[in-house]
Design a protein around this ligand. Structure first.
Ligand SMILES: Nc1ncnc2c1ncn2[C@@H]1O[C@H](COP(=O)(O)OP(=O)(O)OP(=O)(O)O)[C@@H](O)[C@H]1O
Ligand SMILES: [Mg+2]
Length: 905
C-alpha cells in the first residue's frame, strides 16, 4: 500500500569501516532527492564536528559503563587497541566475542551500538524517534549474517516486524542501493546520457569494494516507462561472500612494515609477549590505513589536475610513534612500492573468461575471483558470457588507482565510479525506503544454493542459487537405519563445512526408511526457515523452525584477548607509556598552578587514573583552549567521580565573561560535550543514581552557565526533554534553573508557563517560577512573549491565592515583577493596565491576609512566630517591590541590588 503520510525517508549504510545515514523526500521536480544526514559527532580531541560518516569503531574506556562509537574510538586504536573493536561486520552471524573488562561483546552488540549512535544522530536532526528505516547488507551476506544484522537492528530499536508479526523489508543489498542512487542521479540529470541511458534495459555489473567485503553483482535495470520514477532491478547473479576489502590491504601493509621495523631496529620477537606484538600491530594498523588514504588522495589530486605522474614520485611517510618500547617507526613508501606490496590481491594474470575456461579460478581471495563467480553464475542462467553495459564502482577502496586500473584492464572498458562512492549506499537505501512506502514490491535472489547433508557425504539440494525470493519448497527424504534422532546439517555452494547444524528428536524409534517431509522457506530478507515432520504419522508431526539467529558456529577468527592477557604485561605496557610521556614532557614549565592543585586533589583510587595520566598534558597546555580540550578529553573517559570535579572546573571556566568574549568555541564545545554526556546517561539502561544526582546535575548547571547562543535550539530541546525524564526527577530544579539562564526563548517560556500552571511540588515549583521570571525579565521581551504573559498572570495569581508558604509567595512575587512590570523602553509590550490593576489589588489583599496572624497577638523572642515574622517581612518587601514595579515607579539602589541578586540566583 502506498503510504503518503511520511515526510521523509531514511536509509543506513552499516559499513565495515564507516557507517552513515541518508534521508530524503520528493523534490519539486517530482523526483526523490536523497541527502546525507549531517551528524554532530564527538572528535578524538573532545570537540564536536559535523560529519556524514561515522567510523564503525567501538571503544570501551577503562572503569566506565559507557562506551564510544566513532572517531574517538577509531583514534583510540593507536594507544589502547585492546579496548577497541573494529570491522565487526565481517564477524556478523559468527559465534565470536571480545571480552573487555570482563564484559563480553558480540558482533550483534557492537552493530547495535553503531546503529544506536546513528539513530541518535537522526533523533537530534529530526527531533523525533525513528524506528522505520532501511539498513543495508552486502548482497553476499548469508542467512545468518542477515539474521544477526536484523537482531542488531532490533536491539537498536528499529522495527523489524510488522504489527502482525511478519518480517519487514528493512534489509537491502548494498549493490542494489548503489544502483538506486545511480539511477536516481541519472534521473536528476547529474549523470550524462552518454554514460548510460535507460530508455532500454541495461545490464550493469556493480563492483563494491569496501573496508571488509567485496560484493560483485549483475543486474538488469529498466523502467516500465520513461515517465516511471520507480526503477525495476532484476538480480541476475551475486558473488559468493568474499571476505576481502580495505582491511586486508591494511593488514598486509601492517605485517610488511612491522617486519621491516623489527629488522631495522634489531628487535627480536621472542623478547616480547604475544599481546605486546599484537597491540603494536593494532596501533600500526591505524597509521597504515591513514597512509593508504593520503597516498591515494595525493595520486587522485594529480589525476584531477591532468598531471602525468610516476607512482615512484608519489611518496608519504608512515610515522607510528613508539611501537615496542623506545623505538619509533618512521618509514617512507612510494605509491609504486605500495602497489607492489599489494600485488597479490590483483590476480594480474587472470583474463576475462571465455567459454572454454568459464568456472575456473573461482574462490580465491583476490579482487577478480568474485567477478569470475558472477560471470559463471550468469553463464549458467543465460547461457552466455555476459558483457555488461556498464561497470559501476562503489566503496572507498575503488578510489585506489591500482584497483581502477586493474578492473579496466580486466573488463577491457573503463568502469564508472559512482559519485561519492562511500555515500551512495545510504543514499540508495533512503530511496528504497521511499519506494517501499510507495507500495514497491522488491525482488531478490539467493546468491548460493543451499544443501542438506545426507549420510555418506551425499548432499540434497534444497534451494538452487539464483531463484527469486521469497522461495518455498517441500521435499522429502528417507531415514537410513532405525531412527529416533535426525541430524540436519546445512551446506552452501562450495563449502565442505556446514553453516548450520540442527538435530531433532522424534517421539519414538522409527523403522529404517521412514519418510520425512520437510519444507524450506527463504524470505525476502534471505532468512531461512526449515520445518520437518514424519509423513506417515501426521498426528506425531514434528515441526522445527530453525532460528538462525541462535545458531552456534564454532568458528574462531580472532584471539580471545582476555585469555591471553597477563596482568603484568598490561602493567608493563601502561608503565612504558607513562615513561615515554614523562620524557616528552619533562622540559616544559608548569603554567597552570591551580590545575596542578586540582589534579592533586583527586584521590588515588589504586586504579590507573586517566586524570593523572593526562595531568601533564593539561598542565603544560599553552592556552586555555588547550586546557579545556584536555579537560573535555579526560572527563569523557574517566570515572564519574573524577568527571564530577572536572565538570565543576569547566563550569568555572565557562562562567568567566572573558572566555565568552575571547573563546566562543570553548563555550560551544563545553556545551556540546555536556549535552552529549547527559543524553548518554539518559539513554543508559541502568544509570547510576549517584552519578545523576551529582555529576549530571553539575553538567546541567554548566550548560546553564555557558548561556549558549549558537547551539541554543539543540540545548533547549534537550532541556525540555530532560525535565520530563523520570530518571532525572531529582535534578529537575537544576534543569529548570538552566532553562531560566538560557537566552530569551519562546519555546522555553511556553513550556515554563505550562509547567508552572500544573500542580508541582515546592522544590520544582520554586525553580520553575524563578526560571519563568528570569525568562520574562529581559528588557527586550518581544510582543509574542507578552501575549503569553497576558494568559499567565492569572495562573500565577491563583497559585498565590492557594498557598501560605512564604517562600513560594516570594518567588511568585518575583515572577510577576519580572514579567508584568512596566518596561519604559517598550511600554507597548507590557500587560494591559487592567491586568496590572488586578494584580496589584490581589497582591495587596494577600499582604493583608498574611499579616493577620501577626497583628493579633504579641509573641516572645523564643516563639516560632518570630521566625515567621522575619519571613513575612521579606515577603512583604517583595510584594511591595512588585507593586512598585507594576506602578512604573523607579527602584532605589538598594532595591535594585536585591533584585539583581535574586536574578543571579
Ligand atoms: N580516499 C581514500 N583512499 C584510499 N582508501 C580509502 C579512501 N577512502 C576510504 N578508503 C578505504 O575504503 C575502505 C572503506 O570503504 P567504505 O566506506 O566503502 O567501506 P564500508 O562501507 O565501511 O565497508 P563494507 O562495504 O565492506 O562494509 C577503507 O578500507 C578505507 O581505508
Ligand atoms: Mg560499504
Amino acid at each position: 500500500m502506498a503510504d503518503t503520510t511520511r515526510e521523509f525517508y531514511l536509509g543506513i549504510d552499516l559499513g565495515t569501516t564507516n557507517s552513515s545515514i541518508a534521508w530524503g523526500r520528493v523534490g519539486k521536480n517530482g523526483i526523490f532527492k536523497p541527502r546525507m544526514v549531517d551528524m554532530q559527532l564527538p572528535m578524538a580531541d573532545g570537540s564536536w564536528e559535523t560529519k556524514q560518516l561515522l567510523p564503525s569503531f567501538f571503544y570501551l574506556p577503562k572503569d566506565q559503563n559507557d562506551h564510544e562509537v566513532g572517531y574517538k574510538a577509531k583514534h583510540m586504536l593507536k594507544t589502547q587497541p585492546g579496548r577497541v573493536i573494529r570491522s565487526i561486520k565481517t564477524k556478523m552471524g559468527q559465534d565470536w566475542k571480545k571480552t573487555i573488562d570482563e564484559k563480553d561483546f558480540t558482533p550483534k552488540d557492537i552493530s547495535s551500538y553503531i546503529l544506536k549512535q546513528l539513530l541518535f544522530g537522526i533523533k537530534r536532526t529530526f527531533r523525533t524517534i525513528i524506528n522505520d528505516i532501511v539498513v543495508t547488507v552486502p548482497a553476499s551476506f548469508d542467512s545468518e549474517m542477515r539474521s544477526a544484522t536484523l537482531e542488531a537492528a532490533r536491539k537498536a530499536g528499529i522495527k523489524v516486524k510488522n504489527d502482525n508479526g511478519s518480517p519487514r523489508n528493512i534489509l537491502l543489498d548494498e549493490p542494489r542501493a548503489c544502483l538506486y542512487d545511480f539511477v536516481n542521479r541519472q534521473k536528476q540529470g547529474e549523470i550524462p546520457d552518454h554514460i548510460i541511458d535507460f530508455s532500454a534495459k541495461k545490464r550493469i555489473l556493480v563492483y563494491d569494494l569496501g573496508g571488509g567485503t567485496l560484493d560483485v553483482s549483475l543486474h538488469d535495470v529498466n523502467f516500465k516507462s520513461p515517465e516511471d520514477s520507480l526503477v525495476n532491478i532484476e538480480d541476475i547473479a551475486i558473488s559468493r561472500y568474499t571476505d576481502i576489502g580495505g582491511d586486508n590491504f591494511d593488514e598486509r601493509l601492517t605485517d610488511y612494515l612491522f617486519q621491516r621495523y623489527c629488522k631495522e631496529n634489531k628487535l627480536k620477537l621472542q623478547d616480547y609477549s604475544d599481546i605486546e606484538i599484537e597491540y603494536a600491530k593494532m596501533s600500526l594498523f591505524y597509521y597504515v590505513e591513514s597512509f593508504k588514504r593520503m597516498i591515494t588522495n595525493d595520486a587522485l589530486r594529480r589525476e584531477e589536475m591532468f598531471e602525468d605522474y610516476e607512482p615512484e614520485d608519489v611518496r608519504r611517510t608512515i610515522m607510528a610513534g613508539y611501537l615496542l618500547e623506545q623505538h619509533p617507526l618512521s618509514i617512507e613508501l612510494s605509491l609504486k612500492e605500495y602497489e607492489e606490496i599489494m600485488e597479490e590481491f590483483l590476480a594480474k594474470d587472470v583474463k576475462y573468461p571465455i567459454i572454454s575456461n568459464i568456472g575456473e579460478q573461482i574462490g580465491e581471495r583476490n579482487l577478480i575471483s568474485p567477478i569470475l563467480d558472477v560471470l559463471n553464475k550468469a553463464f549458467k542462467k543465460l547461457n552466455e558470457i555476459v558483457k555488461p553495459d556498464l561497470i559501476l564502482l562503489s566503496g572507498g577502496m575503488t578510489k585506489l588507482p591500482m584497483v581502477r586500473k586493474r578492473l579496466s584492464a580486466f573488463f577491457g572498458m573503463e568502469p564508472q565510479t559512482i559519485p561519492d562512492p562511500d555515500k551512495a549506499v545510504s543514499r540508495g537505501a533512503a530511496i528504497y525506503h521511499y519506494y517501499l512506502h510507495q507500495g514497491y514490491q522488491p525482488t531478490a535472489i539467493l546468491a548460493e544454493s543451499i544443501y542438506l547433508g545426507m549420510r555418506g557425504d551425499k548432499k540434497l539440494k534444497l534451494v538452487p542459487s539464483g531463484v527469486p525470493l521469497p522461495y518455498e519448497e517441500e521435499f522429502d527424504f528417507n531415514t537410513e537405519g532405525k531412527t529416533k534422532d535426525i541430524a540436519i546439517p546445512f551446506y552452501r555452494t562450495g563449502s565442505s563445512r556446514p553453516f548450520a547444524r540442527r538435530r531433532f528428536s522424534l517421539s519414538k524409534l522409527y523403522p529404517p526408511k521412514t519418510k520425512i517431509k520437510a519444507k524450506i522457506n527463504v524470505d525476502l530478507l534471505k532468512v531461512i526457515e526449515f520445518q520437518a515432520w514424519v509423513e506417515e504419522f501426521p498426528s506425531d508431526k514434528i515441526t522445527i523452525t530453525i532460528d538462525f539467529t541462535r545458531d552456534t558456529k564454532q568458528k574462531k577468527t580472532s584471539v580471545d584477548l582476555k585469555q591471553r592477557i597477563e596482568p603484568s604485561v598490561v602493567e608493563k605496557i601502561e608503565k612504558s607509556r607513562q615513561i615515554i610521556k614523562k620524557k616528552e614532557d619533562s622540559s616544559r614549565e608548569l603554567q597552570y598552578n591551580e590545575l596542578t592543585e586540582f589534579f592533586n586533589s583527586i584521590p588515588y583510587t589504586g586504579k590507573p587514573n586517566y586524570a593523572k595520566l593526562t595531568e601533564k598534558e593539561i598542565v603544560n597546555s599553552r592556552n586555555i583552549d588547550q586546557v579545556v580540550r584536555g579537560l573535555l578529553n579526560i572527563q569523557r573517559k574517566t570515572h564519574h567521580k573524577i568527571r564530577e570535579k572536572i565538570i565543576l572546573l569547566l563550569g568555572d571556566i565557562v562562567s568567566e565573561p572573558r572566555i565568552h568574549v575571547n573563546y566562543p568555541n570553548i563555550i560551544s564545545s563545553v556545551t556540546k560535550n555536556m549535552v552529549r554526556y547527559v543524553d548518554m546517561i539518559q539513554n543508559l539502561e541502568n544509570p547510576n543514581p549517584k552519578e545523576i544526582n551529582i555529576t549530571v546535575r553539575y553538567a546541567i548547571e554548566t550548560i546553564g552557565k555557558t548561556k549558549t547562543i549558537d547551539l541554543q535550539r539543540n540545548v533547549i530541546t534537550s532541556l525540555i526533554i530532560w525535565v520530563k525524564e523520570p530518571i532525572f526527577h531529582k535534578i529537575r530544579s537544576a534543569i529548570l534553573t538552566s532553562m531560566g539562564k538560557m537566552p530569551p526563548d519562546n519555546e522555553i517560556l511556553a513550556f515554563l508557563v505550562e509547567f508552572t500552571s500544573k500542580p508541582q511540588k515546592k522544590n520544582t515549583l520554586i525553580p520553575s517560577l524563578w526560571a519563568l521570571g528570569k525568562q520574562g525579565s529581559r528588557d527586550l521581551a518581544n510582543p509574542i512573549i507578552i501575549d503569553y504573559m497576558g494568559n499567565v498572570h492569572e495562573t500565577i495569581l491563583q497559585k498565590m491565592d492557594s498557598t501560605v508558604d512564604f517562600e513560594i509567595i516570594q518567588y511568585i512575587s518575583y515572577t510577576l515583577l519580572e514579567i508584568c512590570k512596566i518596561n519604559p523602553n517598550h511600554p507597548e509590550n507590557c500587560v494591559s493596565s487592567d491586568a496590572r490593576t488586578e494584580i496589584i489589588q490581589r497582591m495587596e489583599r494577600k499582604l493583608i491576609d498574611l499579616e493577620k496572624p501577626f497583628k493579633k497577638k504579641k509573641f516572645s523572642p523564643l516563639d516560632q512566630k518570630l521566625k515567621d515574622w522575619g519571613r513575612f517581612l521579606s515577603t512583604q518587601k517583595w510584594i511591595n517591590l512588585t507593586i512598585q514595579a507594576l506602578k512604573g515607579l523607579e527602584f532605589s539602589d538598594e532595591d535594585m541590588e536585591l533584585l539583581d541578586g535574586f536574578r543571579r540566583n
